[in-house]
Design a protein around this ligand. Structure first.
Ligand code: 5SP
Ligand code: FE2
Length: 221
């Protein structure tokens, strides 16, 4: 049995108390801190940018997993790397030159991630799958936290897992959106190994306990 990587999304934290929230994550069983960057163009919402990411990084003792929901991400990848990103995911829908984007991220010494919207076919990733460290599979439409999990994600994860195995790749599958204690285990069984959770963690009375429970969801393999 393997334990999943848990990546709480700071988007759901109290932004007026970011230092306290990051320290809470440091003390928890969280593995990564998921950082959602929204530009108001690729998605219909604006979150925060490079200075806030830097501020999170100053206090964080866990790797930052930066999810870029922005157009032309190549313009900002280096700045987010300098701001402390260890994993950088760009959206396949925003990248006509995805292979070049992945090379750029890797040359900067970060893990290269590709995020994929619910309606986008995983076949879009087939020709670059061996170059992708992490596929961030969206299980909600990107742009907002606190949305309902889309059930078709299970099938999509299983199909992606098969594609990764066929290619002999080591790509990890991350699930992002509406993750909770009910869907965690079936997602892991379908082939995911990283779980992002925003509202489920930060709206809880005891976020550290919620993180610990998610962490104990086992991958039956
Ligand atoms: O990228 C996104 C949304 O666009 C996610 O990272 C959410 O922020 C996750 O939040 P919950 O759905 O778990 O509340
Ligand atoms: Fe995200």
């Amino acid at each position: 049995m393997n334990l999943p990587i848990i990546a709480p999304s700071i988007l759901a934290a109290d932004f007026a108390n970011l230092e306290r929230e990051v320290k809470m994550l440091n003390e928890s069983e969280a593995d990564w801190i998921h950082v959602d960057i929204m530009d108001g163009v690729f998605v219909p919402n604006i979150s925060f940018g490079i200075p806030v990411t830097e501020a999170i990084h100053r206090h964080a003792k866990k790797p930052l997993d930066v999810h870029l929901m922005i157009v032309q991400p190549e313009r900002y990848v280096e700045a987010f790397r300098k701001a402390g990103a260890e994993v950088i995911s760009v959206h396949v829908e925003a990248c006509p030159h995805l292979h070049r984007n992945l090379q750029q991220i890797k040359l900067l010494g970060a893990k290269a991630g590709v995020a994929i919207n619910p309606h986008t076919s995983i076949t879009e990733l087939e020709n670059v799958i061996t170059d992708i460290d992490v596929v961030c599979m969206m299980s909600v439409n990107p742009g907002f936290g606190g949305q309902k999990f889309i059930e078709n994600t299970y099938r999509k994860v299983a199909a992606l897992k098969e594609m990764i195995a066929r290619a002999g790749a080591k790509t990890l599958i991350e699930i992002d959106g509406g993750v909770n204690q009910q869907n965690a285990k079936p997602l892991l069984e379908a082939g995911a190994s990283i779980l992002v959770a925003g509202n489920f963690v930060f709206s809880a009375n005891d976020p550290k306990e919620v993180i610990s429970n998610l962490k104990q969801s086992e991958i039956a393999r």
